[in-house]
Design a protein around this ligand. Structure first.
Ligand code: FMN
Length: 338
């Protein structure tokens, strides 16, 4: 397997990339995933129209820091002219890649004709892509799509061919239809069909949570890069696990103490990067704290307590309590088994 792929002129390590996730994969999250080896990151989706009207929040979403590179800024929109204008503005933030969202299933987005609504209008999707490509100059433009709008209208291969002809430099495919939202299983076969339909790089996405599922995605689809979303919740080290497996190295997952240390590092970074006061920023950190505690003894109760955190000091003492609970349980198991 090649070590790197190229999207336009951008070299990306062929391990695993972090998927765009609005409300989750913010700068602190992306930096944590990069630190553990994510090959490539994508911003939360930004409205092309919002940027054109110089919304302050959207400008913040477009900022790219060196620790996050190679990084794409992702735009959504349904009008080629606004898309072209937004791309020109985004170029000022020096993204490595510009990605267009044609997969979002949320009513607020598809109601404007953007996101996965474009799976129903391949002509318009191609026009939007062509307008972005023209405006982006040397910066590659990629598109993230779903398998189709519904089970009856799976058209990702046809859509991908049209987007390639419009100048897209790569296609990311989430193997679910819009109607599925995030339920059911991602269809790996459709990603393989897209790979066979185009000659630009294809990024496979959907339900990858560890090295085994990542290697399976590469093997079953022939995709050029794998992208992980929810599998990185409370687990930025999933990228380290995957890198080790692909490079044939042994990997030891973090202990509960290490997990809690990583969680606290993540929360500190969120607080440091947030313009909000500690209490407000902690509101956003709560779900992340809960994810880091997933899958352990007593975690349901602790996850509930995570949703009450309002300061870093509280997070620290909850983490210590969680570690104590796990080690107490370990000792109990040893006593019971001896
Ligand atoms: C909370 C959340 C927010 C998301 N936001 C975006 C987004 O802004 N842009 C996008 O293209 N996809 C978005 N997605 C979809 C993911 O990028 C990805 O395609 C999907 O979660 C399937 O991959 P996974 O099974 O690895 O999570 C989002 C998904 C989730 C769960």
């Amino acid at each position: 397997m090649a070590d790197t792929i190229k999207i336009g002129g951008v070299a990306i390590k062929r391990t695993a990339a972090l998927a765009p996730m609005a409300g989750v994969a913010d700068r602190a999250y992306r930096l944590m995933c990069k630190r553990f080896g994510a090959a490539y990151t994508v911003s939360e989706m930004v409205s092309a129209k919002g940027i054109c009207y110089s919304d302050r929040k959207t400008a913040e979403l477009c900022t790219v820091t060196d620790g996050e590179r190679p990084m794409a800024v992702q735009l959504f929109g349904s009008e080629p002219d606004f898309m072209a204008e937004a791309v020109k503005i985004v170029l000022g933030y020096k993204p490595d890649i510009i990605d267009i969202n044609m997969g979002c299933p949320v009513p607020k987005v598809i109601g404007t004709g953007a996101g996965s609504a474009l799976m129903k209008d391949i002509g318009l999707a191609a026009d939007i892509t062509a307008a972005a490509v023209k405006a982006a100059g040397d910066v590659p433009v990629t598109v993230k799509i779903r398998s189709g709008w519904s089970a009856e209208t799976v058209n990702a291969p046809e859509m991908a061919r049209a987007l390639e002809a419009a100048g897209a430099a790569a296609i990311a495919v989430h193997g679910r239809t819009r109607d599925q939202f995030y339920s059911g299983q991602a269809d790996i076969g459709v990603i393989r069909d897209v790979k066979q339909a185009v000659s630009i790089p294809v990024i496979g996405n959907g339900d990858v949570t560890d090295a085994v599922s990542c290697i399976n995605m590469y093997r079953e689809t022939g995709c050029d890069l794998v992208m992980i979303g929810r599998g990185s919740y409370g687990a930025p080290f999933v990228f380290e696990e995957i890198e080790a497996a692909l490079e044939g190295r042994d990997y030891t997952p973090p202990t509960v103490e290490e997990r809690m240390r990583i969680m606290l590092e993540h929360i500190r970074l969120m607080l440091e990067l947030s313009p909000k006061c500690e209490e407000m920023a902690m509101h956003e950190a709560r779900k992340h704290a809960a994810w880091y505690m997933n899958g352990y003894y007593g975690s349901a109760k602790f996850r509930g307590r995570c949703y009450q955190l309002s300061s870093y000091a509280e997070a620290e003492s909850l983490a210590n309590e969680f570690i104590e609970l796990q080690s107490g349980r370990m000792h109990k198991n040893i006593e019971e088994n001896s």
